[in-house]
Ligand binder design. Structure first.
Ligand SMILES: [Zn+2]
Length: 58
């Protein structure tokens, strides 16, 4: 899995949307375990999502 593909799937997951049909959740989790960049990116996306919800922007 490429990072760009992983990040599309991560943002879908953070938003509570379906993963892209060609992305298996276990492949995404494996990428997150292996790729520190995407892991950190996902953490930031999640935090931003929580903050936006707290500010009632979402
Ligand atoms: Zn990655």
């Amino acid at each position: 899995m490429h990072c760009s593909e992983a990040r599309t799937a991560i943002s879908a997951r953070v938003d509570g949307e379906e993963l892209p049909p060609d992305v298996r959740p276990e492949a995404l989790d494996a990428h997150l375990d292996a790729c520190a960049d995407c892991h950190g990116w996902g953490e930031r996306a999640r935090r931003l999502r929580v903050l936006a919800a707290a500010l009632d922007l979402a």
